[in-house]
Design a protein around this ligand. Structure first.
Ligand SMILES: *Cc1c(COP(=O)(O)O)cnc(C)c1O
Length: 386
């Protein structure tokens, strides 16, 4: 008999520095009496992140969503932007809040990122950009996307909330396209509790973004443009500086856990490991599997529910699909018939618990529980399952 966990195993856990280190940081901030508005911790974090992400230009924000929203605004886009429905609501919301019309493109069956072969057919005279997502840590087909963008003079923006520190073909992920957003929310690999950044090619955007996030104020007596408040404060920056020190070790731990999962899930029929890409240095943000109901015996939802009985909490991604929100679903591109793969994947994709502090025994037990559920399902009467 397989035993359940005594304590719940959650899908993720925030990376937390020692309280002592945070106290030391707070001490410095208290002494300086500079708690927000482009202070020394902010500058230090910006430099540290430019180095870590190997990018030339980076602007910090109070969260990733505002970074993406203002990043898009700084590019002065108009009309329509082609994007993916298989993402977090913030991606598409950042377009809508800029008065842009999202045009949904279906996703690739294997990578789950925007299907680069389907973008061109969606381009109209009103299209100004492509907003793609390196979804669940899997990089987009960046070369194909860039080719289409170049042909039609479109901007390329990446939502890179899941790919902090990842590389693709040995290149840092923030190098692709015109702009990439990173999220530093508590659940992301690197966090500042809440926070985010935008990296970009055009260095003139630096000043513009600075103005946007600080009410448009450019001097004691000047308000240069219509801005908003999206500043990362000194305490968030200090937390970031401490968390960043932990990231290399965390990545190593997650690499080990990823391999352990791969070894132990390999023999189970009907499970495909989604976050496994050879040309990529992983972000280690998620460990994602896909359930093939026919081969596995039960479907993703049933597995997700049954795992709860064993105190294992997994997450369905991305449920519900963005194009299904009532405020988008009248768009022509939001019709289900145009998005068959996205509609299929929201029923099959599952994130397993994944954080550095999971022990070897815990990972093995999770895999044993999955095997047991599968075996039990094949002998039970399926009608008993919800
Ligand atoms: C987390 C996330 C965001 C939003 O980032 P915040 O920092 O929470 O505002 C945007 N897009 C994706 C894909 C995300 O996972």
């Amino acid at each position: 008999m397989i035993s359940k966990f005594n304590e719940p195993i959650m899908v993720t856990r925030p990376l937390l520095p020692s309280l002592q280190n945070i106290n030391n940081q707070l001490q410095e901030i208290w002494e300086s009496k500079w708690i927000t508005n482009n202070g020394p911790k902010n500058k230090e974090l910006r430099e540290a992140l430019k180095e870590y992400l190997a990018v030339n230009h980076l602007s910090l924000f109070s969260n990733g969503t505002l970074g993406l929203l203002l990043g898009i605004k700084s590019l002065e886009l108009t009309g329509e932007v082609i994007t993916t429905p298989f993402t977090f609501p913030a991606t598409v919301g950042a377009l809508e809040w800029n008065g842009l019309t999202p045009v949904f493109c279906d996703i690739d069956n294997v990578t789950l990122t925007i299907d680069a072969n389907k973008i061109e057919a969606l381009i109209t005279e009103r299209t100004s950009a492509i907003l793609a997502v390196h979804v669940l840590g899997i990089p987009c087909e960046v070369d194909k996307i860039q080719q289409v963008a170049d042909k039609y003079h479109l901007k390329v923006i990446y939502d890179g909330a899941h790919v902090f520190g990842a590389k693709l073909n040995c290149k840092p992920i923030g190098e692709f396209g015109d702009m990439t957003m990173f999220s530093f929310h508590a659940t992301k690999l690197f966090n500042t509790i809440e926070g985010g950044a935008v990296t970009f090619k055009d260095k003139t955007l630096d000043r513009k973004l600075q103005l946007f996030k600080n009410f448009g104020i450019s001097g004691p007596d000047t308000v240069e443009l219509s801005g908003i408040n999206a500043k990362l404060n000194e305490i968030q920056a200090a937390v970031g500086l401490e968390v960043l020190k932990l990231v290399p070790e965390q990545r190593k731990k997650r690499h080990y856990i990823k391999q352990l999962y791969e070894t132990n899930l390999k023999t189970i029929s009907g499970i495909r490991i989604v976050t496994k890409h050879e040309e990529q240095e992983s972000s280690y943000q998620f460990f994602i599997i896909e359930i093939n109901e026919k081969e596995f015996g039960i479907n993703r939802n049933q597995l997700h529910e049954k795992l709860k009985d064993y105190n294992v909490f997994t997450r369905k991604y991305f449920y519900p699909l963005c194009s299904d929100f009532t405020w988008y679903h009248d768009l022509p591109s939001a019709q289900q018939k145009y998005l068959p793969t996205a509609y299929e994947k929201i029923e099959t994709v599952l994130a397993l618990p994944f954080y550095g502090e999971l022990t070897t025994e815990e990972v093995i037990q999770i895999c044993e529980i999955i095997k047991f559920i599968q075996k039990k399902a094949s002998t039970d009467v399926l009608a008993n399952w919800e």
